[in-house]
Ligand binder design. Structure first.
Ligand code: G3H
Ligand code: 13P
Ligand code: ZN
Length: 309
């Protein structure tokens, strides 16, 4: 089976009241952990690659890893560029075989965001590739960019943006943020469901995307710190809020930090308990298992897409 686009996945997810997990990949163990979980759950899956991941692992290696995962699992897999910063990186991923790209023009003024997004859509659609755009800005750290506070999506802009660009899905800012530090200690997590509802009302049947949707499980942070880590208190998005979003127009939920935390906690624990080990397979096997367990947890607690492949 070749790579698939997200189009059909989103149509089914919208109608079925569930979401597809979009998980960031950087190496073989992460690809295997995610796709083994999806296989066992018979869940549709999006593997996404950031510019940083592409630089780290190289495009050609990532393509072959994802091809291998399709051959190994037989699952429908969509390969997506996460946070494409400009037309060139989107073009390079489209030409290189991705089936979906995000053009993230959210830091530009509205008119410029429309302009660059439209240009990517025209190029992508001629080649059968889907495009995700973004309106509003998330707080948090993503690659080298740190954004201090949210600019919530303005529902008054979404119809015009979608109509003028032709995007296939839209990422919005409702209070999720990138990284592990989403809320300050003592703060109560809040998502602006009023904005999500209003956006969905203005765009009936249209797939919405949530970035920055890791839940930052406290036990994982505690485990990292127990085994020599030094993470400050970290608060993520409660899973029940994300489950609620997945039942609505939200069809794609992006998760990266929770996988990083699961992998890091596993490796730290292994090294602390087996200080004599120096064979990477000894610590990467449980780390891959930790990724798999986390993806299964997300499918069950957040996405609701088990059995939907
Ligand atoms: O939203 C960004 C993702 O977490 C990817 O992070 O750019 O450090 O690979 P990265
Ligand atoms: P997290 O940092 O919450 O995992 O978000 C990942 C993301 O949005 C990737 O685009
Ligand atoms: Zn993101």
């Amino acid at each position: 089976m070749p790579l698939v686009t997200s189009k059909e996945m989103f149509e089914k997810a919208y109608a079925g009241g569930y979401a597809i997990g979009a998980f960031n990949v950087n190496n073989m163990e992460i690809v295997q952990g995610i796709t083994e979980a999806a296989k066992e759950e018979n869940a549709p899956i999006i593997l996404q690659v950031s510019a940083g991941a592409r630089k780290y692992a190289k495009h050609v290696y990532l393509m072959k890893l994802v091809d291998a995962a399709i051959e190994d699992t037989g699952l429908p897999i969509c390969l997506h560029l996460d946070h494409g910063a400009d037309f060139e990186v989107c073009k390079s991923c489209i030409d290189g075989g991705f089936t979906s790209v995000m053009i993230d023009g959210s830091s530009h003024p509205f008119a410029e965001n429309i302009e660059v997004t439209k240009k990517v859509v025209e190029y992508a659609h001629e080649r059968g590739v889907c495009v995700e755009g973004e309106l509003g800005q998330l707080a948090g750290v993503e690659d080298d960019v740190k954004v201090e506070s949210h600019s919530y999506t303005d529902p008054d802009q979404v119809q015009e943006f979608v109509e003028r660009t032709g995007v296939d899905s839209l990422a919005i800012a409702i209070g999720t943020s990138h990284g592990a530090y989403k809320f300050k200690p003592g703060q109560t997590p809040l998502l602006r469901f009023d904005i999500l509802d209003e956006v969905s009302r203005r765009l009936p049947g249209f797939p919405i995307v949530l970035h920055g949707a890791s839940s930052v499980i406290p036990e994982l942070v505690a485990k990292i710190n127990r085994y020599g880590g030094a993470m400050p208190d970290a608060i993520g998005i409660p899973e029940d809020m994300l489950r609620q979003a997945a039942k609505s127009a939200v069809c794609k939920i992006n998760i990266d930090s929770d996988l990083r935390l699961a992998m890091t906690a596993s490796i730290r624990e292994h090294m602390a308990l087996h200080p004599g080990d120096f064979d990477p397979r000894q610590y990467l096997s449980p780390a891959r298992g930790a990724i798999k367990d986390m993806v299964k947890r997300k499918i069950a607690n957040v996405l609701g897409c088990s059995g939907k492949a």
